[in-house]
Design a binder for this molecule. Structure first.
Ligand code: PSU
Ligand code: MN
Length: 308
């Protein structure tokens, strides 16, 4: 075992027995939501996963160790520190580990940690993608590259319209990432159920999602699926309200010269402010919804393992 990697006893045992496990990221806690809602949400997500019969494995870098399965105290710490914790994507990992620092895991880093732990399914809110204006800024999230190479399957609510959604889909296609829609033909756009864009394949049951994962594994194909799960109707937002807030946040980020890894956290925080907390409430609900689907998939996936 690598000195820079650790799974909690509970996670290690569950994986070794082929029991259902769901990985969770921590940048959503430290950089994606304000304290204390972030901590409340992270703990509730773990509970939802347990209630469905799976083991949650929230991930982060703690004192230079890539960790799968955080304690309550560690989650509380990351939530309180917020933006002071380093946001760690793939390129940051070796330096943060070597310097024995703490770090919050993005989708890309969570996939890497989950893979080391043997976890196949991961639930989050939204993934990073191709930013608007990427044709000049080259701002494309490392999350997309990770989906192309690391065999962890990510359940999300689509991508926020802070991104260029058509370009994000094009990029995923080029890199061989299959985009699935859970009970939908249309790519969900995070706060809203619709984007006007199509997913690659619609899948109606958690059982079929688990089967698709197994088939990809037996074929020996690299990377994970992106499973998009629309926000429940009752929590979705007015598309005009959210679009206006996003447009304004992007204008402000340009005016203030926000760049690189600061861009996504800046836009997330500004959109939440501009919508007066409404977007945060939706954000929390869609994360719960994704956690529940991921747990159902993990249970189905575990059943497939036991039967073969
Ligand atoms: N999108 C969201 N919420 C988030 C993020 C993205 O709607 O919390 C976070 C995730 O951790 C994601 C990261 O992996 O931002 C992407 O950052 P970047 O665009 O810098 O790769
Ligand atoms: Mn970026």
């Amino acid at each position: 075992m690598k000195a820079e990697f650790k799974a909690s006893e509970e996670v290690k045992y569950a994986v070794s027995q082929g029991k259902p496990v769901v990985a969770l990221e921590s940048t959503i806690i430290s950089h994606g939501m304000p304290y204390p809602k972030n901590v409340e949400t992270a703990l509730e997500v773990e509970k939802i996963i347990r209630d469905k019969g799976a083991v949650p494995a929230t991930t982060a870098i703690i004192g230079g160790v890539l960790t799968a399965g955080l304690s309550k105290d560690e989650i509380e710490y990351l939530g309180k520190e917020g933006q002071k914790v380093t946001k760690v994507s793939r390129r940051d990992i070796p330096v943060i580990c070597a310097r024995k620092m703490d770090g919050a895991s993005t989708v890309a880093t969570t996939m890497i940690i989950a893979n080391m732990a043997g976890i196949k399914i991961f639930a989050t809110g939204g993934i990073g993608g191709v930013h608007r204006g990427a044709e000049t800024t080259f701002d494309i999230s490392a999350d997309l590259e990770e989906l192309a190479q690391t065999p962890v399957n990510v359940v999300c609510a689509g991508a926020k319209a802070i991104l260029d959604l058509p370009l994000t889909l094009e990029y995923l296609e080029t890199r061989g990432v299959t985009v699935l829609g859970y009970q939908t033909d249309e790519l969900p756009a995070f706060y809203t159920r619709k984007s006007g864009l199509s997913v690659d394949y619609r899948v109606d049951t958690a059982k079929e999602l688990a089967q698709l994962i197994r088939t990809k594994e037996t074929l020996g194909l690299k990377g994970g699926y992106l499973i998009t799960n629309p926000i429940p109707e009752e929590y979705s937002m007015d598309p005009d309200v959210i679009q206006k807030a996003i447009d304004q946040a992007i204008e402000e980020s340009k005016a203030q010269g926000i760049k690189g890894k600061a861009t996504t956290p800046f836009l997330l925080a500004r959109v939440a402010e501009l919508t007066g907390g409404d977007s945060l409430a939706s954000n929390i609900r869609l994360v719960y919804n994704n956690a529940a689907l991921a747990a159902e998939m993990a249970v189905e996936y575990s059943n497939l393992l036991q039967n073969c």
